[in-house]
Design a binder for this molecule. Structure first.
Ligand code: AMP
Ligand code: GLY
Length: 421
């Protein structure tokens, strides 16, 4: 069986490594993949948003099953285009991917179906938005409607910051068309939990919960990044909270999408905040999280391809998705300067003893030499019986990877360990 994975980051590397455990798969292609995953997949130089060439490649190579991992191609309709030529896929179609593609859509969906989320207003012209801000409670949160490379959310701690955020999105168009409409919403407080789930549009099966570390520096300081590390499970996500989420958020969302004629199949990611008034949705993503996947999939004991196919064909059953009782930690190693200016092209050395625990995000092959080629270079994961051991092992593994200018947070998982004390 020939499988194709669209995307090229650490998340895709984790998906590919997990898929490789399936014995039916004879070859895995990554489009475009990256040099750091060349031992695990055949990397094909086609960009993840180049849907026309992705479809041509899939037809020419007679791909049996495709996994579309990143948000952009999903929102652009990659699954629809592949389905049209008869290729089955893991991932939502365009109509369902809008749950991530438009914040206005997802906020209105939650309001219509009583799914707990922050109070909000939608604005399509700047005068109304600025007028609203004159009396809006501060802090407040400003969100661009469309995809913005994960940067379209501004937490404004003062009224001036809020005004500047609205101006930059609606006047200066820093996120392009994504800022034509904006959401201004209530600032919520509480620990954040990521819950990825598998769904076939009827059944929703949550995966083990996780915690992202979005800020660049220790102690949750510094700029927002794509994620500097993750741990699983998330200690704030207790069994009681999980039950509440299932009844008030997960099932209602799947049902709401069906009622809207937008049945969601694939991985639906619930970004949650556990507020004092209960769990609320901060965001939906129509895909696996990055770097959440790098801690969630190593704890999955069931066969990933079988689960993915079950979401596609409508045969998903909770009992077929088994996670270990252990814990996992992933430490992201980035290029110094990330998420702003950084240098690339340094030789990347990964000791053989940790190769199967390293998920490469930004690297390319220069002849036989692997070199850094991105802000986030890789994630180093470890699993263990408990979280403390997983974190310690992950940091030991970090010492077996080297490249010039490497930087990483030293406190991944510290907050989670404290939460349990
Ligand atoms: P998002 O891109 O929607 O995940 O937002 C990025 C981050 O902004 C989230 O992970 C939260 O930390 C924060 N955030 C988003 N919405 C809110 C909110 N209503 N209140 C407080 N923090 C928020
Ligand atoms: N780690 C957050 C995301 O994947 O959007």
């Amino acid at each position: 069986m020939k499988v194709m994975v669209v995307g090229g980051g650490g998340r895709e590397h984790a998906i590919i490594k997990k898929l490789k455990e399936n014995k039916e798969i004879t070859s895995i292609y990554a489009l475009p993949g990256n040099g750091g995953m060349a031992e695990d997949a055949i990397c094909v130089n086609i960009g993840a948003k180049d849907i026309e060439n992705i479809v041509d490649f899939a037809v020419k190579e007679k791909i049996d099953y495709a996994v579309v991992a990143p948000d952009d191609p999903l929102v652009l309709g990659a699954v629809d285009a592949l389905n049209e030529v008869g290729i089955d896929c893991f991932g939502p179609n365009k109509a369902a991917a809008i749950i991530e593609g438009s914040k206005v859509f997802s906020k209105n969906l939650m309001k219509k179906y009583n799914i707990p989320t922050a109070e909000y207003e939608v604005f399509s012209n700047i005068e109304d938005a600025l007028k609203y801000l004159e009396t809006a409670p501060i802090p407040t949160v400003i969100k661009a409607d469309g995809l913005a490379l994960g940067k379209g959310v501004i937490i404004a701690m003062t009224r001036d910051e809020a005004i500047n955020a609205v101006r930059s999105m609606m006047e200066d168009k820093v996120f392009g068309e994504s800022g034509n409409n904006i959401v201004i919403e209530e600032f919520l407080e509480g620990p954040e939990v990521s819950v990825l789930s598998f769904t076939d549009g009827k059944t929703v099966v949550p995966m083990v919960s996780s915690m992202d570390h979005k800020r660049a520096l220790d102690g949750d300081n510094g700029l927002n990044t794509g994620g500097m590390g993750t741990i699983a499970p998330n200690p704030y996500y207790t069994e009681d909270i999980a039950k509440v989420c299932m009844e008030t958020i997960f099932k209602p969302t799947i049902n709401a999408m069906n009622s809207e004629g937008r049945t969601f199949k694939g991985c639906l990611y619930f970004g949650l905040m556990i507020t004092k008034n209960g769990p609320k949705v901060i965001e939906y993503n129509c895909r696996f999280g990055d770097p959440e996947t790098q801690v969630v999939l190593p704890l999955l004991e069931s066969d990933l391809l079988e689960i993915m196919k079950a979401t596609t064909y409508g045969t998903l059953k909770a009992e077929d998705v088994k996670f270990s009782n252990g814990s996992a930690a992933c430490v992201v190693m980035a290029s110094s300067g990330y998420p702003q200016k950084y240098e690339s092209g340094f030789e990347l050395k990964i000791d053989d003893s940790v190769k199967n625990k390293v998920y490469v995000a930004g690297a390319k092959l220069d002849g036989d030499v692997l070199k850094t080629a991105g802000g986030r270079v890789l994630g180093v994961t470890a699993t263990a019986q408990n979280l403390e051991d997983a974190i310690n092992k992950a940091y030991e593994n970090v010492n077996k990877v080297s490249f010039a200018n490497a930087f990483y947070r030293k406190d991944i998982g510290a907050k989670a360990l404290n939460a349990r004390r």
